[in-house]
Design a protein around this ligand. Structure first.
Ligand code: GRF
Length: 204
């Protein structure tokens, strides 16, 4: 399967995915068609190029969402992706974008999407002194972090004294869970989206 990986920043999940494609659980299953960013100067884009991935970017600053997304859809289509994999892509996707790749857009959220949506999920877990949080990989629908859940994995936060420690533990789980879930998705081992639960609860 051909993956278009979208990022806006650091790109640690992208690195984990590229490594899985090159010599891990996605080897022989997936290839990186392109790493795309809405921020031409995103550190993750340079990292992707250094790893040998095709890269593309289009600056989104000051752009209207629907127009910008229509251009991004055209760019991505040129790379013929089977899946669009969001990895720290800090844009809400317009309906046009979601329909263009319906059922084939995947996101990772660093919390249980039934309990928390949107930004600052690690801060939320840390501020509430949660003993555990859950990393969620889900399909993207037209809501914010509301799509059908593909996989979740707990992160033990007991004894985590700082936000940095919460993030360190969480990212370690993100990095294996994302590749593992994509491998299962590509192999057809996951339940069909229609059968998966849909998050509806608002933030507490
Ligand atoms: C990750 O915590 C991811 O779950 C969230 O944004 C962050 C991106 O980090 N959606 P990175 O750019 O992959 O390092």
């Amino acid at each position: 399967a051909r993956l278009a990986i979208l990022l806006s920043g650091r790109g640690s999940n992208m690195v984990a995915l590229v490594q899985a494609v090159q010599h891990g659980g996605l080897a022989g299953l997936a290839e990186v068609a392109v790493v795309f960013s809405n921020k031409p100067d995103a550190p993750g884009l340079a990292t992707a190029a250094a790893l040998g991935c095709p890269t593309a970017s289009l600056g989104s600053q000051g752009r209207k969402r629907a127009e910008f997304d229509a251009e991004v859809v055209e760019i991505l289509r040129g790379y013929q992706p089977d899946y669009v994999v969001l990895a720290g892509y800090m844009r809400i996707l317009s309906p046009t974008f979601i329909r263009a790749f319906a059922g084939r857009i995947v996101n990772i959220h660093p919390a249980d999407t039934h309990q928390h949506q949107g930004l600052h999920a690690y801060e939320w877990a840390f501020d509430n002194r949660l003993p555990e949080t859950k990393i969620t990989v889900h399909l993207v629908d037209e809501g914010l972090d509301t799509g059908p859940i593909l996989a979740q994995h707990p992160v033990d936060l007991r004894g985590a004294e700082t936000l940095a420690e919460v993030e360190r533990r969480g990212l370690a789980v993100e990095h294996f869970l994302y590749a593992d879930t994509l491998a299962r998705l590509i192999r057809g081992e996951l339940p069909t989206p229609a059968a998966a639960p849909v998050a509806t609860a608002p933030n507490p």
